[in-house]
Design a protein around this ligand. Structure first.
Ligand code: FES
Ligand SMILES: [Fe+2]
Length: 354
């Protein structure tokens, strides 16, 4: 069960060009490309003729030519050519999804296109902030997307999983404060006068103790930004220390896999390409440590009895809250759809009927 009336990241802006690219999103095949004017376009990757994968065809100007019988579809999904035939049945239309390029990524709306509102794209402005330098990528992970959101909402695991880069004892020893704000979850951990973790030392030559912040914001269904700061104790001076945002958006491929879009965007040493490479490679290695844990966790979950529960502790507040928000939104969306189809009466209809 996935939320449909929301924006998911479909690709990094940099990956999309004049080549047909397939991505599976919430169990649906999507073909993506840029029009000749550079606009991102997304269609269902099923030809409306005999359901061949359109992504196996080719781009002809601003049309997709199906690789099976050669029909061509324009950016609105309309069929504009059938080889050897003059009549085009009006119903022969490919499904087109709303897409928007924003915050370094291309977003797709998989639900009712009439509800697609750009203002609902999660606020990840630090990916595009003037004066900030961004690096990142995408990882395919064989795990349910919510194992990733759980992971990012409780960074206690840094101590045990990421001891080579961003973890040390201080993280697990310092409790978090968490709260729910509307449909968002905010989690914060402040570590005063603690040793810097290995990557902070390397990036900023920090030798003495630091004050360290992790300020996490979850926006449904699966975007998490982390404001990470580490300044020499008592200074709160970004010039002497480190401040970056770890920005993450996770797009379900299906129930058991997802695409994990990530960036690190920073406001120090902006032009230093060596620092960019160091951060990119070390953070990628860090996330691969997560992937290793989460893929094994997914296997354990899949092979276990379906009704076996899990025991939560205080540190799970943020991840449990995020899951509940998603559950509530999915339930609300399903109720709305059922109502549209006449299966469930609205509260007003119920009142009228009594
Ligand atoms: S399946 Fe695409 S043209 Fe026939
Ligand atoms: Fe991690």
């Amino acid at each position: 069960m996935f939320l449909k009336n929301c924006w998911y990241v479909a690709s990094q802006a940099s990956e999309l060009g004049r080549v047909l690219m397939q991505r599976w999103i919430i169990g649906q095949p999507v073909v993506l490309f840029r029009s000749e004017s550079g606009q991102p376009v997304a269609m269902e990757d099923r030809c409306p003729h005999r359901r061949a994968a359109l992504s196996k065809g080719r781009l002809v100007g601003d049309t997709v030519q199906c690789g099976y019988h050669g029909m061509r579809f324009d950016c609105s999904g309309a069929c504009v050519a059938i080889p050897g035939e003059e009549q085009i049945p009006p119903a022969l239309k490919a499904r087109v999804y709303p897409v928007v390029q924003k915050w370094h990524w291309v977003w797709i709306w998989m639900g009712d296109p009439a509800l697609a509102d750009e203002a609902l794209i999660p606020d990840l402005r630090h990916n595009d902030m003037p004066g900030w330098t961004v690096t990142g990528g995408v990882l395919t992970v064989n795990a349910n997307y919510q194992l990733l959101t759980d992971n990012l909402l409780d960074l206690t695991h840094e101590t045990f999983v990421h001891a080579k880069t961003i973890g040390n004892a201080a993280v697990a020893e310092t409790p978090m404060e968490s709260k729910i704000v509307g449909n968002e979850v905010h989690v914060q951990r402040v570590m005063r006068n603690t040793p810097p973790p290995p990557l902070f030392k390397r990036v900023r030559n920090l030798t003495g103790n630091i004050d360290r912040w992790q300020i996490i914001r979850f926006q449904p269904p699966s975007s998490i930004s982390i404001d990470a700061r580490g300044y020499p104790t008592g200074t709160e001076d970004p010039e002497k220390g480190l401040r970056w945002f770890s920005i993450n958006s996770i797009t379900p491929i299906n129930e058991t896999s997802c695409n994990y879009y990530w960036t690190i965007t920073r406001c120090f040493a902006q032009d230093d390409a060596q620092i960019t490479d160091l951060i990119h490679n070390q953070i990628l290695a860090t996330f691969m440590e997560d992937v290793d844990v989460l893929e094994a966790q997914q296997q354990m979950i899949e092979t276990d009895a379906p009704n076996r529960g899990e025991i939560s502790i205080r540190a799970d507040f943020g991840s449990v809250a995020a899951r509940r928000i998603n559950q509530r939104l999915i339930h609300k969306e399903a109720q709305g759809n059922a109502r549209k189809q006449g299966a469930v009466p609205s509260p007003e209809e119920l009142v009228k009927a009594t």
